[in-house]
Design a protein around this ligand. Structure first.
Ligand code: N01
Length: 500
């Protein structure tokens, strides 16, 4: 094959969360230096930067909730707090020399493909040009606040958990928490002890799996792992392997799934003795169907003397509180919205235009759709890391982001070798992948009859229905048959060859 001379690809990574950090470190390790990371927040970390509500803890054990290239021996807890995870991200950024590539407070407003390269504009008007765009924009970063009548007239304070305001006083207040997902459960547990009253408005009860989330990592374990990097890497590998059990449990209806579901039911029975409250807290769908909530403190918190669970629908917010469908007015000083996100927005509201002016809204008119989480037809030289169908809730997100980043690196290497100028996944390959996804969703627990944020408006499930081995096989080497590989793009201006 004839190849063009060696040239360095310029790359723009959008987002400095788990996906963006994984991409940047992977590219750097492969010898690619001409990249910038554009991050809309004022620090790195993505969800771990934006979320700092009281009680924020990762419900995935720390030994697996970390990058494979940066295993940390000295996690202070088995399930780390949000603050510790955020410090970890900052340390990784320093350790791998990403600061010089980072542009904080840089929200991308436009990313337009001109037939040859990408033209990317930031909110302050700064423009960058590059050969490749990597969209590492995350899933859960557009908070959703329901439009409840009367909200504007409320005399107290309001806050969404994903935009916590540290000046808010919670101690001694009459607090309402709206929402019963992973966030609602954590924030109820954290705020109840010091609140005057805590009222949780739960539209749909959740199964809450018991786990001792406050458990510290023993100092002996830390000492041993610090002394032996080989052992530390083995523990990471083992944790990753063990997490495969979760994928198996959610993907296939076996005795293993039934066992976990029995544990969820037991968690409720063992901790809530009051029959009436237990009935109110019992969901009418299978455990694991929604994103599983894990907590060792929630059921105690909601049974405390100053706590109340309200399942009546909210009809309006009054200046003094919240009125429910039974006509009751709950007097409230602070409303905490733990009401989740617009989860399928991905790069939007960015003006993202691919080949021939195709907008992402046009391409995704029928919902978000990508090839193996990583490429979108009509958008040449653009890859997504933790894009549509990412394995939230089944496979390590760090593992998936690193795997996808290595896969993209294969394309960068081929570009560098002069093998192509633009590469774009085909419509056909994307349809085949999405058909396989739809079929594989059949036996998953997510498809057993509950309403969850996993569902798109088109009623598809935006998750990864395969195991880790299949994911690894799909994202190890690019399959050229699935791509339009173009070697004839017009020659580019050599003065424009850098992102910086
Ligand atoms: O959001 P959610 P979340 N009136 O969408 C309710 C991750 N996470 O922030 O179930 C009343 O799950 C809504 O009710 P319903 C994790 O992946 C991870 O809690 O739709 N209620 C629901 O109860 C998680 O799944 C960690 O009927 C309204 C809640 O708001 C994801 O983030 C920690 C309402 C929203 O729940 C999102 O979790 C925290 C209305 N109008 C989160 N509108 C880790 O530890 C919505 N609700 C890793």
């Amino acid at each position: 094959m004839t190849t063009k001379p060696y040239r360095e690809p310029s790359i723009i990574i959008i987002g400095a969360g788990v996906a963006g950090i994984a991409a940047a470190v992977t590219f750097k390790k492969a010898g690619f230096e001409d990249f910038v990371i554009l991050e809309k927040g004022s620090d790195v970390g993505g969800v771990w930067f934006w979320n700092r509500y009281p009680g924020l803890t990762c419900d995935v054990p720390s030994q697996v909730y970390q990058f494979g290239f940066a295993p940390k021996a000295d996690w202070s807890r088995i399930w780390a707090t949000g603050a510790e995870i955020q410090r970890y991200h900052a340390d990784v950024v320093e350790k791998f020399g990403l600061r010089e590539h980072l542009r904080l407070d840089s929200e991308v407003t436009d990313a337009v493909f001109d037939g040859n390269r990408w033209d990317v504009t930031v909110a302050d008007g700064t423009r960058h040009r590059a050969d490749f765009v990597i969209a590492a924009t995350g899933v859960l970063h557009h908070p959703f606040t329901p439009d409840i009548p009367g909200l504007d007239e409320f005399a107290g304070a309001t806050v969404h958990t994903a935009r916590w305001n540290d000046s808010i006083v919670t101690e001694g207040k009459r607090i309402a928490v709206i929402g019963s997902g992973s966030t609602g459960v954590q924030v109820v547990s954290a705020l109840q002890p010091d609140a005057a009253t805590l009222t949780q408005f739960a539209r749909t009860p959740q199964w809450v799996l018991w786990a001792p989330m406050g458990l510290r990592q023993s100092s002996l374990v830390t000492k041993v792992l610090l002394a032996s990097p080989a052992l530390r890497d083995r523990v990471y590998g083992l944790s990753l392997w063990a997490s495969g059990i979760l994928a198996d449990v959610v993907l296939r209806p076996t005795w293993r799934r039934r066992l976990v579901q029995r544990f969820a039911r037991w968690s409720l029975r063992a901790q809530v003795r009051d029959r009436k409250l237990r009935e109110t807290l019992t969901p009418d769908y299978q455990p694991l169907c929604k994103r599983q909530v894990v907590s060792g403190t929630y059921y105690q918190a909601i049974q405390a003397a100053n706590a109340e669970l309200v399942t009546e629908g909210i009809t309006e917010i009054t200046p003094a509180g919240i009125r429910t469908a039974d006509g009751r007015e709950h007097e409230i000083d602070l409303i905490v919205f733990a009401t989740g996100f617009h989860p399928h927005n991905y790069m939007r509201p960015m003006n993202l235009r691919g080949r021939d002016g195709l907008t992402i809204d046009q391409a995704w008119e029928k919902g978000p759709r990508a090839y193996r989480m990583s490429a979108i037809p009509g958008f040449p030289n653009l890859f997504t890391v933790l894009g549509p169908n990412s394995p939230t809730g089944s496979i390590s997100l760090q593992y998936s982001a690193e795997l996808t980043s290595r896969y993209i690196t294969r394309w960068l290497e081929r570009f560098r070798a002069g093998e192509f100028d633009t590469v774009e996944v085909t419509e056909d390959a994307t349809t085949r992948f999405n058909d396989a996804v739809a079929e594989a969703m059949g036996p998953t627990v997510w498809n057993t009859g509950c309403n969850s944020w996993y569902f798109t408006e088109q009623n598809t499930i935006d998750l990864w229905p395969f195991d880790r081995k299949t994911m690894t096989a799909m994202l190890t080497e690019p399959d050229d048959h699935d791509f339009l590989i173009n070697r004839n793009a017009p020659a580019r201006d050599s003065a424009e060859s850098s992102t910086r």
